[in-house]
Design a protein around this ligand. Sequence first.
Ligand SMILES: Nc1nc2c(ncn2[C@@H]2O[C@H](COP(=O)(O)OP(=O)(O)OP(=O)(O)O)[C@@H](O)[C@H]2O)c(=O)[nH]1
Ligand SMILES: [Mg+2]
Ligand SMILES: [Zn+2]
Length: 290
Amino acid sequence: MRKVQTGQIIEYYSNTCRVAATDGIFKCRIQGRIELVVGDFVKIEPAEDSNDCDAMITERLQRITALYKSKDRVTKAVAANITRLGILVTVNPKTSLEFIDKWVVIALQSGIQPFIIFNKIDMLEDDAYRVLQNLYEGLDVPSFAISAKWQTNLKGLFSYLENQTSIFVGNSGSGKSTLTSALTGTEILSRELSNNQGVHTTSVSTLYQVGNNMQVIDSPGVRDIGIEHLDHAEILAGFKEINNFSLKCMFPKCSHQEDDGCAVMEALKHSHIEESRYNNFMNLNAAVRS
Ligand SMILES: Nc1nc2c(ncn2[C@@H]2O[C@H](COP(=O)(O)OP(=O)(O)OP(=O)(O)O)[C@@H](O)[C@H]2O)c(=O)[nH]1
Ligand SMILES: [Mg+2]
Ligand SMILES: [Zn+2]
């Protein structure tokens, strides 16, 4: 590498990064203490003194979006400049509805469009996901029912991901790497579910370029996604239908529980709000600062 250039981080380790720049892909060292994540655009310079790195990252460019998570009251970015967040949902391993609702909240709060990928349909009856698809589509969360392994129904998903930078989140074993392999056409080692030998659980997030107008990030299985950095209003914004009904509650400080004139409780009673959504809303609220 000869000259200063701009690139994008496609893999981040604790003190080095792989950066895709105009002239190629470079292994880079980080100058000073710049907080970096996969998806960040950076300035890189030729490294003079470094024996195992090609270049040095000297500056991070402004982020368009940043996806945050918190753990033990520490909040940190996990990926930058993402436009879509794909939540993988499977029956095995079982994805909880709370997992979906939590990621919808996190995505919307970060200015990222959430969508759902119902995976492993080859193992299920037709329309097994129909009820959930209807529920989330009514909430402006588009969804796709696919089989990543057998590459079924990928066409619609593929068009949806064009001109976007997307990240896939889902429990370990839900098929993020298998899907990334199918989209990129390169084989990414994936995890065997039933035996513990030859397990290929993804350990770092990697950004893949698909053709010249699609980017996908395969991220490690998410174990703990703390949301302590959010407040009640941000959670409410992720529950569109509850938000709409809450505007009609008699008291502005309604807690949507036993309160008189609570429009949310009324809607719940008449099944205009799904019980799972209401319960997850209450649980997420209980987990954040007041
Ligand atoms: N039957 C079936 N199996 C699938 C499908 N997609 C993925 N799998 C299998 O599910 C297992 C886990 O897939 P991975 O792609 O490694 O899952 P992952 O989400 O990347 O897992 P982590 O990296 O651990 O987070 C593998 O054995 C895949 O072959 C599918 O559509 N149908
Ligand atoms: Mg993986
Ligand atoms: Zn209320």
